[in-house]
Design a protein. Sequence first.
Lengths: 116, 111
Amino acid sequence: NAGVMQNPRHLVRRRGQEARLRCSPMKGHSHVYWYRQLPEEGLKFMVYLQKENIIDESGMPKERFSAEFPKEGPSILRIQQVVRGDSAAYFCASSRYESGSYNEQFFGPGTRLTVL
Amino acid sequence: KQEVTQIPAALSVPEGENLVLNCSFTDSAIYNLQWFRQDPGKGLTSLLLIQSSQREQTSGRLNASLDKSSGRSTLYIAASQPGDSATYLCAELDRDDKIIFGKGTRLHILP
């Protein structure tokens, strides 16, 4: 059973370009979470999604960032018109979901975005 | 606002010594607490998960404790080895399934 997969592992973009980061959850997991780790900072929650639905996007910057988790295919974190401050490691995690239970999150290897 | 603080930010210890990493959190209604390991340029590996009804968890040379009343958790590593060198992250898990991470302690075991 493969773990959480993220691609690309490394992504280089120039200022003003778009970045698309993909996350394939573990088999049987219906919930996806995105976290960002800025240099010398801890991981910060960005967004929590289930299939075709955003549950919590309280950690997402208000502009240029969006996330989706379609019925088919991976979850996508999209950053439009990237700026140097977007350079960071972006981690995805996935979990099963059982109401009233603790839903452990399993993390992918991350995508390291560098904006030139 | 929920916050997780880890002290120290960095630690160097000779091989073979026992050591303790500290974590404090502000949320007295903490749901679960988890310790992760992160190697340079890599993802996160879960080490120990302590549910709110528990006081400690053990795995091999690792032991993690949770004291909700004082808002503290410790990770104890026995007989440290060079392979233990990594960044250790403490994380609070809230009831909305969000994780609040500390900034981590960078551990270096000296051979």
